[in-house]
Unconditional design. Structure first.
Length: 318
């Protein structure tokens, strides 16, 4: 809700500060989400391993244990060693009652309710916290501090609400300005494209003529390259074959195999080396293009001139 960054504590998510008010709402919603005739006693249901047949209906809600109980199971909660638990009848009014009655508990001492507010640390503390860590700090009762904080919170809320209205008005104006600018840009884009299309039509004919000539030259040159490439590939295949056979003979052949093939291999190597395969060369034609003076065309603003005037503090530009 506050949209602020925070660090996850060393003990993980469980170490995050507890939001008691939200927890109150969750507990209350859980306690009153069903009518009493639809809710089974949670203790009896657990003892019967989830079998809901003939389970007594819950009529009591224990705020301390957060359990829905039948009359029989609620009796021990009235005589707990550390004091009776707070029991309330289930019903439509329970939600608000739970919010009012259920206390806020200390993050560090789970069974202790917070009683004081430490002004030095800006946090609620229980009596044990006060005795251990906050004894020398300025602290007051939570009820008293809350009464002092309420007017300030109310005033801050009114100021924020006023700022919301101003921001909303500015947001709406921004939307309108943005829409108007988008329409303006769309019109300018249309004019730019139309001017460019007119220039393109004038040069398309000349461009097509140059491209047709290039295609013809490319086709003739490709045929010549293909012939030369075939000759080179044949020569490479013959040399690769010689190399593969020679290596196999040297690496795996027996002495008798080497002597038997040596003479023929030498003759074949001589033939391969005497044939000047590099004489088959591809000589492509030299093609150049002398474009119009692009810088001169740019300086003349061939299609027109675009001008942008900044409505802010920065100067406009072309």
């Amino acid at each position: 809700m506050c949209r602020k960054e925070f660090k996850i504590p060393s003990d993980g998510v469980v170490g995050l500060q507890h939001h008691f008010f939200i927890q109150h709402l969750v507990d209350a919603r859980s306690a009153s989400s069903k009518s009493t005739d639809e809710v089974a006693c949670e203790v009896c249901l657990e003892e019967n391993e989830g079998n809901s047949e003939e389970i007594p209906t819950a009529t009591i809600y224990c705020i301390d244990c957060k359990q829905k109980l039948c009359d029989r199971c609620s009796r021990p909660h009235k005589k707990m060693a550390n004091g009776a638990h707070l029991l309330k009848p289930l019903g439509a009014e329970l939600e608000q009652e739970v919010i009012k009655l259920r206390g806020s508990y200390c993050d560090k001492h789970k069974d202790e309710q917070v009683k004081l507010y430490c002004h030095d640390c800006d946090e609620n503390i229980c009596l044990m916290c006060y005795a251990v860590k906050h004894r020398n700090h300025e602290s007051s009762e939570i009820l008293e501090v809350a009464s002092n904080f309420r007017p300030r919170i109310d005033e801050d809320d009114k100021r924020v609400l006023s700022a919301i209205n101003a921001v909303r008005e500015q947001s709406e104006q921004t939307k309108q300005n943005s829409k108007a600018f988008a329409n303006q840009v769309s019109s300018v884009e249309k004019l730019v494209v139309e001017a460019g299309d007119a220039i393109k039509r004038l040069v398309d004919t000349q461009v097509n003529e140059c491209l047709v000539k290039l295609q013809s030259v490319t086709s003739d040159s490709a045929k010549q390259a293909e012939i030369v490439q075939e000759q080179l590939e044949v020569a490479v295949m013959a040399m690769d074959s010689f190399h593969t056979y020679s290596r196999e003979l040297l690496d795996k052949g027996r002495p008798s195999d080497v002597t038997r093939a040596a003479s023929d291999l030498h003759k074949r190597a001589t033939e391969l080396l005497d044939y000047d395969v590099t004489s088959a060369q591809y000589c492509p034609p030299h093609v150049t293009f002398s474009p119009a003076d692009v810088k001169q065309l740019t300086s003349l603003q061939l299609i027109g001139k675009l001008t942008v005037i900044d409505s802010g503090n920065e100067p406009g530009y072309d």
